[in-house]
Design a binder for this molecule. Structure first.
Ligand SMILES: O=P(O)(O)OC[C@H]1O[C@H](OP(=O)(O)OP(=O)(O)O)[C@H](O)[C@@H]1O
Ligand SMILES: O=c1cc[nH]c(=O)[nH]1
Ligand SMILES: [Mg+2]
Length: 214
């Protein structure tokens, strides 16, 4: 399976900022989107283009445009929405297919609860976006949905991935490609990535439950 850990200095710098304890919702959100844009640049390097003859300011010339039905971005609710603006900045005309999968906090099993896909999924490249690839239960459920809809070419963009999850997705769906800003050390006993980012969804949406002060 193609796994690309994108070690560009800009990505590493921004990911380092995201790892600080106490980061604000605003800053985490901005950085998630910025890293997503940079991961998109890397993940779309191999897109095929076709030549087209146009009239330029100094006369006719050949230019390149992306071939075929192009891309559908697939944010996994909720946290994947935090990466969507950055991906759309790079591919403004992309269709968006929304998938809802939530991990049961006790069993860590994925629960699929929503699906609204673009048309002609069989002709599109799907770019799944989700900040965290932990046990990979969520990703496997999302890829199952996309393949059931006819999707043949799937890439996943993650801010951070755990080695355990990468091994599981490779066993389940070796034909997809993974792009991540970091392959971290491991999962803890609650299925959180270490050193990781903590709960990415809570940080993007500002829903972190603070301990009671009385
Ligand atoms: O690889 P896994 O072990 O399945 O875990 C990763 C999933 O967990 C988080 O979502 P969460 O279930 O917290 O939902 P949320 O986005 O609504 O917060 C994260 O955004 C991934 O979707
Ligand atoms: O570390 C993790 C694992 C799953 N979901 C998160 O938000 N963070
Ligand atoms: Mg969450």
């Amino acid at each position: 399976m193609k796994i690309v850990e994108v070690s560009h200095p800009l990505i590493q710098h921004k990911l380092g900022l995201m790892r600080r304890a106490g980061i604000s919702t605003k800053e985490f959100r901005e950085l998630a989107s910025e890293v997503a844009a940079l991961l998109t640049y890397e993940a779309t390097k191999d897109l095929e283009t076709v030549e087209e003859r146009i009239h330029g300011w100094a006369g006719p010339l050949n230019v390149h445009r992306i071939k075929g039905k192009k891309i559908t971005i697939v944010p996994i609710l909720r946290a994947g929405l935090g990466m969507l603006p950055g991906v759309l900045d790079m591919i403004p005309s992309a269709k968006v297919s929304v998938v809802g999968v939530q991990r049961d906090e006790k069993t860590l099993q994925p629960i699929a609860y929503y699906e609204k896909l673009s048309g002609r999924m069989d002709e599109r490249i799907a770019l799944i976006v989700d900040p965290m690839l932990a046990t990979a239960g969520t990703l496997i459920a999302a890829v199952d949905m996309l393949k059931a809809a006819g999707c043949k070419r799937i890439k996943g963009l993650f801010l951070v991935a755990a080695p355990e999850g990468l091994a599981r997705i490779e066993a389940a769906h070796p034909d997809i490609e993974i792009y991540t800003a970091s392959v971290d050390e491991r999962l803890n006993e609650h299925g959180y990535i270490l050193p990781g980012l903590g709960d990415a969804g809570d940080k993007i949406f500002g829903t972190k439950q603070l301990p009671a002060t009385h």
